[in-house]
Design a protein around this ligand. Structure first.
Ligand SMILES: Cc1cc2nc3c(=O)[nH]c(=O)nc-3n(C[C@H](O)[C@H](O)[C@H](O)COP(=O)(O)O)c2cc1C
Length: 332
């Protein structure tokens, strides 16, 4: 199947892809099948390692079936199990992404294997440190994003601020926008802000190849951006201790609404709630089990193949850029 014309930027040159679109390495969602489908469509698929449980790195890289894909780690998890990086590098990934933590202990090893490093950051200060560490690509995550982050900055201001920071520091490192990008308008906006591409989570989460339950998908297609919230409730009930300052953007389900702001009480009832929670996950009861999406869930109205999402992003961006050029202000 032929896709849209390549949309080349410094990011596509660096990563050896046709379109400036990267699949977010969503833990236990972006497995080998989704990553391979995104790469086959001319973008770059990243397998999400997450907490390194359930979704076993080797199994998911096998599921990619020889496709050219990369791997994304949660850096503070990698700090506890650093050998996971060797397991990934043995498989010659197209790229390694490091998010949420200090990337500096790992960048040299990844470069030594001849693999580019993408660092996801949530602030300008973190971007500065990632550049110090030797990142080849800076992924700026705005608080609109689904999943974990600091949810303190917005994509719309963080992208140009980091682009200016990169420009001041010398040789151009491509900046990739993440958070809230789900269609061609978002890709066009990111390029207009100075980014060389986008990293997309929520929109690819809503794809047939994603490791997502049917009830979660059904809930997402009717949800809007107002229906999301950033909370620690699900980390607490699952007993996952994130470093201070991180929350996760999820759908505001009855369970999340009930316990958000009452985390201490939740801690006191943890045993009972944790049993209920895991039962809900097994039963695919999304009134209780978390549904991890960002504000861009508003733009998700169907569960489609990943190749369709890539094509829609690229053709939609061209349309949006042409429309902006034809606007009364541009032609005045
Ligand atoms: C379901 C889900 C799981 C995620 N898991 C991870 C992860 O394991 N590692 C990571 O670096 N980012 C993770 N993220 C965040 C993404 O890297 C990215 O910042 C975000 O999806 C971009 O915003 P968007 O969801 O609006 O596209 C996750 C996001 C979602 C939606």
């Amino acid at each position: 199947v032929s896709g849209p014309e390549p949309l080349r930027t410094p990011l596509t040159a660096l990563l050896g892809i046709e379109h400036p679109v990267v699949l977010a390495p969503m833990g236990s969602v972006a497995g080998g099948r989704l990553a391979a489908a995104v790469s086959a469509a001319g973008a770059l698929g990243l397998v999400g390692v997450g907490y390194g449980e359930g979704l076993h790195l080797r199994r998911e890289l096998d599921a990619a079936d020889g496709a050219r894909v990369g791997v994304g780690f949660i850096t503070w998890v990698l700090d506890r199990r650093p050998t996971m990086l060797d397991a990934a590098l043995d498989r010659r990934p197209a790229a390694v992404m490091l998010s949420f933590g200090d990337p500096s202990p790992y960048v040299g090893r990844v470069h030594g294997a001849g693999v580019p490093v993408l660092c996801q950051v949530t602030s300008a200060a973190e971007a500065d440190r990632a550049l110090d560490a030797g990142a080849d690509v800076i992924v700026t995550q705005g608080g609109e994003a689904g999943g974990h982050g600091t949810h303190a900055r917005s994509t719309f201001t963080l992208v140009p601020e980091v682009c200016d920071l990169v420009a001041r520091r010398g040789p151009a490192t491509p900046v990739v926008a993440a958070g809230g990008i789900a269609d061609g308008r978002g890709l066009a906006a990111a390029l207009a802000l100075g980014a060389a591409g986008v990293l997309v989570g929520t929109r690819f989460w809503a794809c047939r190849e994603a490791l997502v339950s049917p009830a979660s998908h059904a809930r997402a297609v009717v949800a809007g951006g107002d229906d999301t919230m950033a909370t620690t409730v699900f980390d607490r009930v699952r007993g996952i201790t994130w470093p201070d300052g991180y929350t996760s953007r999820v759908l505001a389900s009855p369970f999340a609404r009930e316990w958000h702001g009452r985390e201490e009480e939740l801690g006191r009832e943890l045993h009972r709630l944790s049993v209920d929670y895991h039962r809900a996950v097994a039963d695919d009861d999304v009134d209780v089990a978390q549904v991890v999406v960002g504000e861009a869930v508003a733009l998700v109205r169907g569960i489609v193949p990943a190749a369709e999402v890539v094509a829609a992003l690229v053709t939609g961006a061209s349309t949006a850029l042409r429309a902006a050029q034809g606007s009364p202000i541009a032609s005045a």
